[in-house]
Design a protein around this ligand. Structure first.
Ligand code: ACO
Length: 368
C-alpha cells in the first residue's frame, strides 16, 4: 500500500525563508524575529515590509512605503461598484474575494510577474483590502463610505474608515497586534493554496482570490467568526461546561481550539490574550472574560486541547465593534502580506505543484 499522508499532515513540500513555526518550543519567527517581539513594538507596515523584503525597513524605506500605502487607500470606483453589486445578505468573505478579483482585473500590472510588479501589487492589496472591508461593514449597517485619512497609520485609518470616528489608543494597539499576529504562518492551507495557484504561473490576484476561498472555511480562518457564534450559543460562563459536554458528546469540533501544527498551544495566543485583556478592561466586559476562561479551562480538562489564535481574536474583534461575519475578512487584510510574500517566493524558484493520488475506483471496464 502507498503511504498516504491524508491532509498532507507532516509532509514537508518545500523550503521557505519567510517564517518558521516550531511546535516544540511554541515559537513563531517572521524572517527570524519572534512574532511576540514584533507585536510588542513594530507597526504592521514594518512587519509587512519585513515579510516581503526579509529585513525591517530603514526609516527612508518605511517613509516611502507608508507614502505608497496611504496613496492606495481609497476604494477605486470599479471596486466600490462591484461591492455594491453583491447582496448584503452574502457572506463578507465572498465580498472581499470578489472585490480583490475586480481590483486585479483592473490592474494594468496584472499579467506582469516581474519582482517589481509583484511587489507593487502586494502593496496595492495591502492598502486596498482595508477599504473593501471597512466599506462592506458600513454598508451592512446602512452607512455611507468613509474616505481614508492620510494623517493616520494603517490601524488607525482602518478603524476610522470602518467606524467613522477615531479609535482609542488601546483599540488601535490591539488591532495592530492582531494584524501582526495573523500576518504569516508558513504553509497553512490558504498560503499553500496561493502557492499552488502561483506554481501554474497564474497571476498574483488569482492566487490571492483562491487563498481567500481557502481561508473562509471554519477549519481555517473562518474559526474566528465561528468562535463568537459558539459564545453566543452558550450565552454565559455558567452554561459553558454543560454546553461543552453536550457538544463533545455530539462529536462537534469546538471552534478556536486545536491546531494542525501546535499540539501544546498556539505560540500567538498569549500575546493576543494579553491584548484582549486590555480591551476587556476598557469595556468592563467581565462576563465575556468569564465565558472565555471557563470554556478554555473546561476544554483543557476534558480534551487537553488548547486555544488557537482565533479564540482570543474573535472576542477582541467583537469588542472593537465589528460584526461577527466581518472577522475573517480582517484576517484577510492581515494575511494578504504573508500570501503575497509566499507568492513572490514561489515565483522566484517555481516548480509546478502537482501531487499524485492512489486510485481506488473501479478497475478498468468497458461499455457494453
Ligand atoms: N474540538 C474538538 N476536538 C478536537 C478539536 C476541536 N477543536 N481539535 C482537535 N480535536 C480532536 C479531534 O476530534 C481528534 O480526536 P480523535 O483522535 O479522538 O478523533 C484529535 O483531536 C485530532 O484532531 P484532528 O482533527 O485530527 O487534528 P487536525 O490537525 O487535523 O486538526 C484543526 C486541526 C482542523 C485546526 C482542528 O483542531 C479543528 O477543527 N479545530 C477547530 C477549528 C479551528 O479552530 N480552526 C482554526 C485553526 S488556526 C487558524 O486558522 C488561525
Amino acid at each position: 500500500m502507498t503511504d498516504i499522508k491524508k491532509g498532507l499532515a507532516g509532509v514537508v513540500v518545500d523550503t521557505t525563508a519567510i517564517s518558521k513555526v516550531n511546535p516544540e518550543t511554541n515559537s513563531l519567527l517572521y524572517r527570524g524575529y519572534p512574532v511576540q517581539e514584533l507585536a510588542a513594538g513594530r507597526s504592521f507596515e514594518e512587519v509587512a515590509w519585513l515579510l516581503w523584503h526579509g529585513e525591517l525597513p530603514t526609516p527612508d524605506e518605511l517613509a516611502g512605503f507608508e507614502k505608497a500605502e496611504r496613496a492606495g487607500r481609497a476604494l477605486a470606483p470599479h471596486v466600490k461598484a462591484a461591492i455594491d453589486l453583491t447582496p448584503v445578505t452574502s457572506h463578507p468573505m465572498d465580498v472581499v474575494r470578489t472585490a480583490v478579483s475586480v481590483l486585479g482585473a483592473g490592474d494594468p500590472r496584472a499579467e506582469d510577474s516581474s519582482p517589481e510588479a509583484e511587489l507593487a501589487k502586494a502593496v496595492s492589496l495591502f492598502a486596498a483590502v482595508p477599504a473593501m472591508v471597512a466599506y462592506d461593514q458600513r454598508r451592512r449597517r446602512g452607512q455611507e463610505l468613509v474616505p481614508p485619512r492620510d494623517d493616520l497609520d494603517y490601524s488607525q485609518n482602518f478603524l476610522w474608515m470602518t467606524f467613522g470616528e477615531e479609535a482609542t489608543p488601546t483599540a488601535v494597539d490591539v488591532f495592530r497586534i492582531s494584524m501582526v499576529l495573523y500576518a504569516e504562518h508558513s504553509f497553512n492551507a490558504s498560503t499553500f493554496t496561493a502557492r499552488v495557484v502561483t506554481s501554474t504561473l497564474s497571476d498574483l490576484h488569482s492566487a490571492v482570490v483562491a487563498a481567500i476561498g481557502a481561508l473562509k472555511g471554519p477549519l481555517h480562518g473562518g474559526a474566528n467568526e465561528a468562535v463568537m457564534h459558539v459564545f453566543d450559543e452558550i450565552g454565559g460562563a455558567d452554561r459553558a461546561e454543560a454546553w461543552l459536554d453536550r457538544a463533545l458528546a455530539e462529536k462537534r469540533k469546538i471552534m478556536g481550539f486545536g491546531h494542525r501544527v501546535y499540539k501544546n498551544g498556539d505560540s500567538r495566543v498569549p500575546t493576543m490574550k494579553a491584548a484582549l485583556d486590555r480591551l476587556i478592561a476598557e469595556h468592563r466586559a467581565q462576563e465575556l472574560l468569564a465565558l472565555y476562561e471557563t470554556l478554555a479551562t473546561a476544554m483543557d480538562a476534558r480534551k487537553s486541547i488548547k486555544p488557537n489564535l482565533d479564540y482570543p481574536s474573535g472576542p477582541a474583534y467583537r469588542l472593537l465593534g465589528f460584526d461577527t461575519e466581518m472577522f475573517t475578512p480582517l484576517f484577510v487584510a492581515s494575511r494578504v502580506t504573508g500570501w503575497t510574500a509566499h507568492i513572490m517566493e514561489q515565483r522566484a524558484a517555481n516548480a509546478l505543484i502537482r501531487p499524485l493520488s492512489e486510485y481506488v475506483g473501479p478497475e478498468e471496464r468497458h461499455l457494453p
